[in-house]
Design a protein around this ligand. Sequence first.
Ligand code: OFO
Length: 165
Amino acid sequence: MLSKKITAALNAQIAQEAAASSAYLAMASWCDREGLGNCAQFFYAQSDEERMHMLKIVHYVNEMDGHAIVPAVEQPETEFESVQKVFKKSYKQEKAVTASINELMSLSQEEKDHSTMVFLQWYVAEQREEEAMVRDILDKIKLIGDGPQSLYYIDKELQQINENR
Ligand code: OFO
């Protein structure tokens, strides 16, 4: 059984993962329109991953005799200044999710909810990986710079990242 506090916090995390999925879908769609096919593919995949993160919590809450609440999702940002800004936003989003997972972990510790602590360990590792991956992309984008062919090279870089995922 989950406590009321933990159930509410997990439901809030469900909403955050749903919002992240929607935000990534909007980034994918923007990249698609801009002709950045590999960047689009990257964000479509990120969007699917966030939905998977959300579903994992839905199943966990219900398995623990709670009630997972399907959240309303706000319209995400759909226009961006540049692909560089899109990746910066993505990094910011990942950091916010990490902070929220850490909060949830602290709460489960306070509540002595060992089951939720074990469940959340997967998310702690996942966030570390996701942050590292986006940070790596941002480093490469920085190296590429913003010369005339930079968009071509950024998208090419993403092709390689997509292939190695
Ligand atoms: Fe759900 O992990 Fe990224 O945000």
